[in-house]
Design a protein around this ligand. Structure first.
Ligand SMILES: Cc1cc2nc3c(=O)[nH]c(=O)nc-3n(C[C@H](O)[C@H](O)[C@H](O)COP(=O)(O)O)c2cc1C
Length: 242
């Protein structure tokens, strides 16, 4: 059977498969041209209502990155204490939290994605009331993912830092980076030269996630099955990367 896969599809899926979360970087700088290539690509990201509710703060100064890392580590201690209150089998890191560290400070570049919630006024009124905040978040998530794939296309590694938007970290970053209210810190994309080759990660099979025409209810899962899926399929891979 012939395939409809075009060269563009093959190039795209090559990048989709090659991108992995990198959590250890070689401390090499990222030049201005690369920063430009990343930001130029990112601005074509789809946004709800075409509102483009984003700003990108490019952090390359080693001292700022170090302070950023300290803020991250500090809030991680409390996050890990909270995690210890959960049942051990579903705990994110198993028995004991690993010693908090900020490997991303070695990445040449941190891109802090800032969101402007006032742009909910770009949406139709019902959408604004109904899911305005959600649309802002989805749009910001889109630009984050564009940055990750663009980095992969440039042969660079990248890491999500979603604690960026947590209250404590956001307040400290507002002070460090100077973005005013009502702008919000959404996420940080750390980009640099990978110093690690991640082990294989669990990826669901195509046939597991696809339903033709109607949801196949024979594949509905109970709460207990979902919990077991997390324990069996997701926790081992997290233990490997941490
Ligand atoms: C919304 C979101 C938040 C994430 N937050 C973090 C994070 O804070 N730190 C981190 O190291 N990885 C984070 N990740 C990366 C995921 O852990 C990773 O994508 C997943 O385990 C699959 O591995 P892969 O990226 O190597 O394919 C996040 C991913 C997403 C989509």
């Amino acid at each position: 059977m012939t395939s409809n896969a075009t060269p563009e599809y093959l190039a795209l899926t090559g990048i989709l498969q090659a991108r992995r979360s990198i959590r250890k970087f070689r401390p090499e700088p990222i030049d201005d041209d690369t920063v430009r290539l990343l930001a130029d690509a990112a601005r074509f990201t789809p946004a709800a209502g075409n509102a483009q509710p984003w700003d990108l703060i490019i952090v390359r100064d080693p001292e700022t990155k170090r302070k950023f890392g300290d803020i991250y580590v500090e809030q991680l201690r409390q996050k890990n204490r909270l995690e210890m209150t959960r049942d051990a089998d579903i705990r994110f890191f198993g028995d004991q939290p690993p010693e908090p560290k900020a490997g991303f400070v070695d990445a040449g570049l941190l891109i802090v994605v800032i969101g402007d919630p006032r742009l909910i006024d770009a949406y139709p009124l019902r959408t604004k009331i109904d899911k305005g905040a959600q649309h802002i978040v989805s749009s910001l998530a889109n630009i984050v993912v564009t940055l990750h794939y663009t980095a992969a296309a440039l042969g660079l590694g990248s890491q999500y830092l979603s604690d960026t938007g947590s209250p404590e970290m956001e307040i400290m970053l507002r002070d460090l980076l100077g973005f005013p209210e009502p702008l919000r810190a959404y996420e940080t994309v750390c980009i640099g030269h990978a110093d690690t080759k991640p082990s294989s990660r669990f990826v669901k099979e195509t046939d597991e996630i696809v339903h033709f025409e109607r949801f196949d209810q024979s594949r509905s899962k109970t709460d207990a099955e979902i919990r077991q899926f997390i324990i069996d399929k997701l926790r081992p891979s997290f233990k490997k990367v941490l």
